[in-house]
Each structure stands twice: as C-alpha cells, then as structure tokens.
Write a protein that binds this ligand. Structure first.
Ligand SMILES: Cc1cc2nc3c(=O)[nH]c(=O)nc-3n(C[C@H](O)[C@H](O)[C@H](O)COP(=O)(O)OP(=O)(O)OC[C@H]3O[C@@H](n4cnc5c(N)ncnc54)[C@H](O)[C@@H]3O)c2cc1C
Ligand code: SF4
Length: 490
C-alpha cells in the first residue's frame, strides 16, 4: 500500500474529497471511530447513532465495491492513524481539508497532507477574498454573487422571476386545520441495530444512515414539501415537528448528500413548473447562500471567534435546556421536547426561541454553544460556531449580523400556535401572566441600551423603551422571571 486515504465521519462520499482519486490497488482507506469523540461529551444518542452507523455503512459499501478499508476503533483519530503507520512504515497519509480547526491541526501535526475540501461549493480562499473586500459581511451580497457564479436560477444576467429575494412572501404562520404530510421513516438493518445496542439506546426510524436513505429523504422533500417550503419557512407548529422543511442538513453535513445534487434536484423540480419561485428561491438561498456563507465565515473569522462574549453574558445554562419539564413556557417546553426526541428542530425554533432565550436572559454564549453542539444531529464546529456566536446570541458585537435577533412573545405568537395553550400571555410584559419573552425582551434592550442606541438598525427598538410607562415594574418582573427560570419554575 502506498497511500492511506483518511475519511472523516463528515466526508462520507466516494465522488468527493480524498476518495475521488482512490485507486483500489495502491490505496488503503482509513476511517477512525474515535473513543475520545464518543465519550468526550454527553452527546445526544441520536447524534452518535447517526454518525457512527453512517460511517460503518459507508465502510461496508466501500468494501463491497472492492476497496481495501480499515475501520478502526481507537483512543482518538491520531492514535488510529498511528496504528496504520506502524503496520505500513513509509505510507503517506492524504485527506480532504478537515472541517474544524482542531482536527486540521492534529492531522497536520501527524503529517497528513490535505487536498481541497469540495464538500462545499465555495473554496475557502474564494470566500476569504470576497469577505476581505467587504465593509460589512452581508449574506445577501454574497448570495447574489453565488447565484451568478454558480448560475443558479438565473435568467441571463438577472435573477429568474425578476427578484433576487422573495423573503417577504415567505413569512406565513402555520395554516389552520391543515394536515401535514406524514414524515418519511427509515428502516433499520443489522448495522443500525448493532450500533444502537452498543450505545444502549432504543432505535428510532427518524434518521437515515445510508446514501440511499439520504437520497430518499431528498426526493421525499421535493415531492411532498418543496412547493410549500417558502411560505411556511418561518412558521412553528405544535402539530408538526418539521413542517415543510427538507430535514436534510445531517446528510449534507456528513457527506451522504452533496449540495450540488440538492440544488440540481431543486432546480429540476422548479423548471418542471410545480414549485413557485418563492419556494425555489427560498430553498436555494439556504443551500448556496447561508450554508456556504456560514462555512466561509468560520474560516474567515478565525479560531478565537468562538470565545467571543461581547455582551458580557455570564448566566449559567438554564435547567430548561436539559430538562423541558423545568419550564411552563409552552413554546420552549415543546421545542426542547422535540430536540430530546429527535436531536433536530428547524431554523426558527433554533434562532427565535432557543437562541433568543439565551440572548435575552444573558446566558453564557459558550455554555449555550456547547449545549447546542451536544444536542443537534447536524452540529459541527464550522456550522455551530458562527450560527450561535454570530447569529444566535450576538456575542461577536455585530461582526457577522448587524443586529441581534431579539424578540418578545409577539413574534412567537404571530409565527406559531404555541401561545393559545400557554399559561402566559404574549401581549403582557408585567404581572404574573406576562410572557417571559416579552418581559425579558424589553429588559434586554434596557440593559444594553447604550450599546444598541448607536446601531441605526436598533435605535428605533431602543427608543421604544421611552414609551414604556411601567419600565420600573417591568425591570422588577424581569428579575423575578430570571430567578424563576434559574429555579426551573417559570
Ligand atoms: C443557533 C443556530 C444553530 C444552528 N446550527 C446548525 C447546525 O449545527 N448544523 C446545521 O446544519 N445547521 C444549523 N443551523 C442552520 C439551520 O437551522 C439548519 O441547517 C436547518 O434547520 C436544518 O434543517 P433542514 O435541513 O430542514 O433545512 P432547510 O430549512 O430545509 O434548509 C435547507 C438547507 O440549508 C442549509 N442551511 C440553511 N440555513 C443554514 C445556516 N444558517 N447554516 C448552515 N446551513 C444552513 C442546511 O444545509 C439545510 O439543510 C443553525 C441555525 C441557528 C440559528
Ligand atoms: S406566551 Fe410566551 S412563553 Fe407562552 S408560548 Fe407564547 S411566546 Fe412562548
């Protein structure tokens, strides 16, 4: 064997990364199940199950295709590679660029050579050259360039439909008396059952662990959900855990699906005429815009970016994040229960409920980041760090997003059906029945008014404080709410 090709658990695709040049005669393919990764945190069981079972299936498929594969269980990744080095002295190690600073460094120190990571559509140097030329890193500007560069939904030099962005048409609340399509379930095989047994967990059918299953999920989305994706993109509902979202993030992130095939499938469906432009554009923006932007920003902003805490938020993680029974807030309890059940909720509960709560309660950003990293099936360093530190809790002082996504109960009430059956009232900001989001939203603005009044996108909200005749009472109620949340009683 001349070359050892290292395949990380988020690069499971034989057409991309290091495997695209694999040679059955000369190459040994190496995957390492790192015990320190498995035991390093109290990971959500679905997450571990998904990552491990997908990797074991992938190794088995490569063997069936005739490749020589070592699937090692080792103390950590480098210890696994060392076993290969001991067995084949002089072998060279090759991998695609890794998706975190930590793994990039440990593999590079070991002597692994890297080729470009093509699991994304934007090479890192290209993004860095774009970001370096910008005064503010507005995602919309990057996205328009992506549409042109990748020639997606273009009509000559302009956008198909005449507009770049249909966001305004995509803000409907959940429909009333509506039957959501059933979810796609994924059957289990012997590899899945073995992994579940090892993890001592009850096996569920939520997540696919093979490329065939991931493709089935993509097709299911295109057929059953894509048409309505756009209008209900921001809605949240008690009676549906995924609404019309694609639920493909785990597969794009571990390599089972490639973003280019997702875009091809979406565009093919749009051009057949069954999907309105607001859904097609909205979805394309997520994949070639947001996803690529977040990955680019992770590498552009540097390794220290994750430590930002520019709002000085130092509250301990609230107990409701680990135990949904510790809150009476209907929205939060239902969303944390969904996270516990499946390790996934869509973008708006992540941003406008969970992160919003962490932001306005002044929860320590790194503790919140660690919680999200542990709980979500699609979590990885590159995607969690900018989404949480920059977008979710504005801990970077506005480096990435020009204003914080802080909102009171009115937003959640407008976009969901949680409030009707909640003991709190989203319209009230003081008193025992007041919605904690509404109280804490104003209290948050008041605590940070000196910082935000200088921000032209926030000054109107901050000036709204002047209209509150009950500000003292509100600040008093906010203290009660914060202490009640800490005790798990609100
Ligand atoms: C605080 C916070 C944390 C998040 N953490 C993650 C994470 O750990 N992993 C993750 O993949 N996404 C994360 N997201 C982004 C987004 O919430 C998920 O990608 C999305 O909910 C996945 O569901 P879906 O596949 O149905 O997505 P859809 O709504 O159907 O969108 C299609 C695809 O677009 C991509 N996408 C959309 N927005 C983003 C974004 N902001 N960042 C990266 N990709 C995006 C995803 O690949 C997604 O599969 C986070 C967002 C927030 C606000
Ligand atoms: S009233 Fe407030 S706490 Fe209750 S569900 Fe609505 S937003 Fe959530």
């Amino acid at each position: 064997m001349k070359r050892a090709l290292f395949v990380a658990f988020d690069q499971l695709n034989s057409k991309y990364g290091v495997l695209k040049s694999a040679d059955k005669k000369n190459d040994l393919i190496v995957l390492v199940e790192s015990q320190s990764m498995i035991t390093g945190a109290d990971w959500h069981p679905e997450r571990l199950f998904f990552l491990i079972s997908s990797a074991r299936h992938f190794a088995a498929e490569l063997r069936e295709k005739g490749f020589e594969v070592r699937y090692l269980k080792a103390k950590n990744t480098v210890a696994g590679l060392q076993e290969i080095k001991d067995e084949f002295p002089g072998i060279t190690f090759l991998a695609a660029e890794q998706s975190s600073y930590r793994l990039s460094k440990s593999l590079s120190d070991f002597g692994v050579e890297f080729i470009e990571n093509d699991f994304f559509l934007t090479p890192r140097p290209l993004f860095i050259s774009w970001a370096s030329s910008q005064k503010t890193y507005l995602m919309e500007n990057f996205y328009r360039k992506q549409r042109v560069r990748l020639n997606v939904l273009m009509d000559g030099d302009g956008p198909v439909g005449g507009q770049w962005n249909y966001d305004k048409d995509n803000r409907l609340p959940p429909p009333k008396n509506y039957t959501w399509p059933p979810y796609l379930e994924h059957s289990r095989d012997e590899i899945d059952l073995e992994v579940a047994r090892e993890l001592k967990m009850e096996v569920t059918q939520t997540w696919a662990t093979t490329r065939a299953g991931a493709i089935a999920q993509l097709k299911y989305f295109i057929k059953n959900h894509f048409e309505k994706f756009g209008p209900y993109e921001d809605a949240m509902a008690l009676d549906s855990w995924s609404l019309h979202h694609s639920v493909i993030s785990p597969y794009i992130n571990n390599g089972l699906l490639h973003p280019s095939e997702v875009i091809e499938a979406a565009c093919a469906s749009f051009y057949k005429g069954t999907v309105p432009i607001e859904s097609a554009e909205g979805f394309v923006r997520q994949v070639i815009g947001w996803r690529e932007y977040i990955n680019g920003m992770y590498w552009f902003l540097g390794e220290e970016y994750r430590e930002n805490n520019q709002l000085g938020a130092n509250r301990e993680l609230l107990p409701l994040f680990t135990d949904p029974a510790k809150t009476q807030m209907n929205c939060v309890r239902s969303i944390v229960e969904d996270v516990k059940a499946r390790s996934w909720v869509h973008h708006i509960p992540r941003l406008m409920v969970l992160s919003n709560l962490a932001l306005i309660t002044g929860t320590n950003p790194q503790q919140f980041l660690d919680w999200m990293r542990r709980e979500f099936i699609d979590a990885a360093d590159w995607v969690m760090v900018p989404n949480v530190i920059g977008m979710g809790v504005h801990a970077d002082g506005g480096q990435m997003m020009s204003k914080p996504y802080a909102a009171g109960g009115a937003y959640i009430s407008r976009m969901s059906n949680y409030c009707k059956s909640c003991i709190y009232n989203p319209k009230l900001r003081v008193g025992e029945d007041a919605c904690p989001f509404t109280t804490l939203y104003w209290d948050f603005l008041d605590r940070h008014k000196e910082t935000f009044v200088k921000n032209h996108r926030m000054s109107q909200q901050v000036n709204g404080l002047k209209r509150l005749s009950d500000l003292d009472e509100l600040k008093h109620r906010a203290q009660e709410v914060l202490s009640g949340l800490e005790k798990g009683e609100i």
